[in-house]
Design a protein around this ligand. Structure first.
Ligand SMILES: *Cc1c(COP(=O)(O)O)cnc(C)c1O
Length: 480
């Protein structure tokens, strides 16, 4: 199987060829040229598999070009209960993404049991091990450069720390993350991890990263790479837990379930869409946004209008505070019957006009076929939902998961099994959770006192020259 760009570029590449890449050369995103099919019989055969073996089977369906024996090892190492060990119920750790029943036909799938307590570990742990293998094989080194507002950066650092042939340079907005998030990242003392706190906002950090990446000469000379959410391997890794969630909640493989997904960059829910395209019996994909409702607006009106950064709200579910949904183009490609030329035109139009409107087209009518639904929440809704879930089911949820539960309770069909994806644990956003409950969330012993640990962080101004110098200097000093 080869991978193609959503903008119709002719280059077809294998999985390992695109693994270390972000955008395709024509500015599009990579997708398989044809989705594989998960048959009913296959799904049934997968029912008894451990998570890591299921991961292997699914990666094989997408023709990941790594020898079976190696790939199996990589899956085992990535999805072990030593890594994903923070389930609410320790006994469930071996399931990696356990599903808990809230009430009849309503479930919560834990995706945040990994080292950074957010679902980004699900993809990043696999990516880290894939990177290590491919870099060693190609005898290449890679310097990951990224900007984070919290979850992505820490998941990348925990997945890549101590790995050979790779350094991580992660920019974060100085003083803008929660004390817990800062402690998670800055307390990593590994030699290949460089945390750089820039005096400014997340957008300033991201602008610097963009600027540095646009310098092709520098990029090449210092082997600069990225792990952002448009990376195809991240989306693929996320397909696995949709299948797992399905198998955990059904007895036979013709039954349909719906998923409710808290959404920012359309990465997580894009994986749900891919799983559905492969034949996983998914009824509805229900998308939940916070006040930053670009996607809720699109699915209701057919108008896609990314916001300016000053129009973007800072909310209590900050990992969904996006102005544009960088993975959305993958869905549009399928909606437009995989016509790369049309997609290219549409996104060029978007660049010019700052929006596109497909409400009057045949395609918008097709939207029904893909069975997306959408909803959104406010800060008040999230506070109420966190409280409701604690009172009714006696569990703590975080603000992002609360977005999804709020929308699930509103939109689910009570006779259809509905799985809410849990994307972070409550302690990551404990300030708001405490505000809602008037009671403190208990912490796992591993995270007690994390804020007091020694931190290693470089502070500088958001200026691309400074960052380039820092990277060049560091790499020079590392060469022995
Ligand atoms: C990243 C993130 C999201 C949004 O996921 P997307 O893939 O960007 O849609 C939701 N919740 C949490 C906790 C996150 O870290």
């Amino acid at each position: 199987m080869k991978y193609i760009s959503t903008r119709g570029g002719r280059n077809k590449r294998s999985f390992t060829e695109i693994l270390l890449e972000g955008l395709a050369p024509d500015g599009g995103l990579y997708l398989p040229e044809k989705y594989p099919t998960f048959t009913e019989k296959e799904l049934d055969n997968w029912r008894k598999l451990a998570y890591s073996d299921l991961a292997f089977e699914i990666l094989k369906k997408f023709e990941v070009d790594i020898p079976d024996k190696v790939l199996k090892e990589i899956c085992k190492k990535s999805y072990s209960e030593k890594v994903f060990k923070y389930s609410r119920d320790k006994k469930l750790n071996k399931k990696i993404t356990p599903v808990i029943k809230l009430e009849e036909n309503l479930f919560l799938q834990e995706l945040s049991n990994g080292p950074t307590l957010a679902f980004k570990d699900m993809a990043m742990q696999l990516l880290g091990n894939l990177f290590e293998y491919v870099l060693e094989k190609q005898k290449k080194n890679l310097n990951i450069l990224g900007a984070t507002s919290g979850d992505t950066g820490s998941a990348a650092e925990y997945a890549l720390k101590g790995k050979k042939r790779v350094n991580v340079f992660m920019l974060s907005p100085n003083g803008k993350m929660s004390a817990f998030q800062r402690a998670q990242m800055y307390s990593l003392l590994d030699e290949n991890i460089y945390n750089i706190a820039v005096n400014g906002l997340f957008d300033d950090a991201q602008d610097v990263v963009k600027e540095v990446s646009m310098d092709a000469k520098f990029k090449k000379q210092y082997s600069i790479g990225a792990v952002n959410s448009i990376n195809w391997a991240r989306v693929l890794a996320q397909v696995i837990y949709y299948v797992k969630g399905y198998l955990e909640t059904t007895k036979n493989s013709s039954e349909q379930v719906s998923f409710v997904v808290p959404t920012g960059n359309f990465g997580n829910i894009c994986a749900g869409h891919v799983a559905k395209m492969c034949g996983l019996p998914v009824k509805d994909l229900i998308l939940a946004t916070n006040e930053n409702d670009v996607l809720d607006e699109f699915f209701k009106t057919g108008i896609y209008r990314p916001r300016k950064s000053e129009e973007t709200f800072i909310t209590s579910s900050p990992s969904m505070d996006i102005s544009k949904a960088s993975n959305f183009e993958r869905f549009i490609f399928d909606l437009f019957d995989r016509d790369g030329k049309k997609v290219k035109k549409l996104f060029e139009e978007l660049n010019q006009n700052k929006f596109f409107d497909i409400s009057n087209t045949e395609k918008f009518k097709n939207l029904k076929k893909f069975s997306f639904k959408s909803g959104k929440s406010t800060h008040k809704n999230r506070l109420e939902t966190i409280k409701k879930v604690k009172d009714k089911y006696n569990i703590f949820i975080d603000t992002h998961t609360a977005d999804a539960v709020k929308v699930a309770l509103e939109q689910r069909e009570v006779n259809v099994k509905t799985i809410v994806l849990e994307t972070a644990q409550a302690i990551k956003f404990e300030g708001v959770v405490n505000e809602s409950l008037g009671e403190k969330v208990a912490r796992n012993a591993d995270f007690q006192g994390i804020e007091e640990k020694i931190q290693k962080v470089y502070i500088c101004n958001p200026d691309s020259k400074t960052i380039k110098n820092f990277i060049a200097q560091t790499i020079r000093n590392n060469v022995v």
